[in-house]
Design a protein around this ligand. Sequence first.
Ligand code: ADP
Ligand code: MG
Length: 685
Amino acid sequence: MTRLDTDIRYIKGVGEQKARAFEKLGVTNLRELVMNFPRVYEDRTAVKTIPRLQFGDTCCVSATVAAPPRLSFIRKGLDITRVPVVDAGGRMTVTFFNRSYVKNTLIPGESYIFYGRIGGRIGAPEMTNPVFEKETNTPAATRRIVPVYRMTAGLNQRTMMNAVRVGLDACGDQLPERLPREIRERYHLAQTCFSYENIHFPRDMESLELARRRLIFEELFVLSCTLSFMRTRQLRKSPYRIADVDMTEFYRALPFELTGAQSRAVGDILRDMAGDAPMSRLIQGDVGSGKTAVAAAAAFAAVRAGYQAAFMAPTEILAEQHFRSLSALLEPLGVRVALLTGGMAAKAKREAREAVRLGGADLVIGTHALISGDVEFLKLALIIADEQHRFGVQQRAALTDKGDTPHVLVMSATPIPRTLALIVYGDLDVSVINELPPGRQVIDTFLVGESMRQRIYNFIRRLVGEGRQAFIVCPAVEETEESPDGLKSVKEYAKELQERVFPDLRVALVHGKLRPKEKNEVMEAFAAGSIDILVATTVIEVGVDVPNAALMVVENADRFGLSQLHQLRGRVGRGDHKSYCVLFEGGGGELARERMRAFCKTNDGFKIAEEDLRIRGPGDFFGSRQSGLPDMQIASFASDMDMLKTAQSAARELLTEDPELRRPENAVLRESVERLLEKNKGTFN
Ligand code: ADP
Ligand code: MG
């Protein structure tokens, strides 16, 4: 019996050199080896006799080598070995390119199983470079469902498969049963040994499904236990009680009345901040639902109670915009607002930092430069993060580390299903703003082809004539060699629009490679109405708020994800003007077009997000690999949502009975929970 933490290099057939390759796949010991599940499977169960073979079949053929293999050299670096094989009913040629060694492995008179694709002519079937093995009762690579693993240089599928076989045999029944028996029985889950055996070497499709189901459940169950476990550990007291703040002045200063949903969110926040524990709340509201006003209310309350608040935005453009609108709103109420972004001049930055440190600023707005190590706050009681899903994991962790357990408010327009939110954000309370400010009209969205271009330009001209403004968004900054297929270079394009198409209108350009100051000037000019048409890259994707803009044109729309398109579309329709979104389809193919057509028909961010999640998977969906989702071995947050729900409720039940997982029968589970906590220190916060 071999211990599960045995180093991979001591597994038979591995050794020093291959161990390094295994390590690249994250496999360093026996446990990790058997938990490195196949990526996909190849079904090699189909077996045919030679007379029944058809061109294009991929199957196994059991046959006997009829004559010695013939090796011929074609030219330098290319040789062919041909082997005639027969079965009871016919004859087939097996051909190998550059595998001269088979000359000595395939022995005349012996029987083998060959697996591959059938080519050749009618009556003279041929198989090229097949997988083969000796005829046996326990086939490994043929006549069965074969695992396909993630690969890296220095390894091949055979080596991996052999190592896993050796590994499974070596750990035998040592694999710990992490699921309590009761739960396993209630949810009809297969046993550990069966599951590990069949996930790697499935006996048949049914067994594979049983194994998968159990292992997915197990992984999500352990994850759910870990999250609940952490939550109970995290019950802390807040040093900042913010209670009985008179909000009248704030409401009086607001240029509009809060919607019912906004008021409820503000109510939730004020209640949280008046409690004993630090607030940890997510405000989820579709683009344009008015999250900024809610944040402003929270900041006002904190400042009125005598503390500081910090407001983080994911881009400089957005930080500047919040700074402008919130200073206008709050300065008259005596709140001193400061701006701090990475792109500011050194002197201005220094001054802002001083003000924050000495208490000369009450509300500081900025990018993630705000939470970088060298910013000190005098008495930070509230951190607000806008468009929270855009921040990486580290930044999110740093957020809660700042100050002395401040209240945390995060805001997102990405409607994440509740189950997933629990994992991405840990245990946040959620307020949903499910109502748009009054007077908003549905944004009409159109998908158009190149042939419509002139008409769209006319349309832009008409809207500008009526006093509106337009965005034109392009996917790339510069024409690059990788994108010769007509991807618009924004610079070229903006120039062309100004000079040839709209010589009499004011066209400007903004993109990520501009200096922060230039960016800011353009955005301010656009907000002030002194630009008619703003050509932009996705720097304007989130948050930008210019209510007079009524048209969003997206070039090569197929290059964007649906949630991204929804964000872009959310840049218009923010005032009471009828607004439009026009998508130029680009060359994305029928599937992309299908998706965009569906997008045109709905303004419901939640539906769009779910569809996007389904298409792209959670990693991309949240913007980067650093999605804040823990790495999963087998479960997928995109397709195993139902299972996640089940696992979560099972975990909750178990933890009600045994909150600390102290019972002996839960010891194995507790060990896994500890291991997961250790592995994901930065992720769960
Ligand atoms: P988002 O939720 O996308 O961040 P914003 O906070 O930027 O939305 O608000 C969008 C626009 O709606 C802004 O111009 C804001 O002034 C306006 N707004 C917000 N709340 C209301 C309201 N209750 N009534 C009218 N207009 C509102
Ligand atoms: Mg916003």
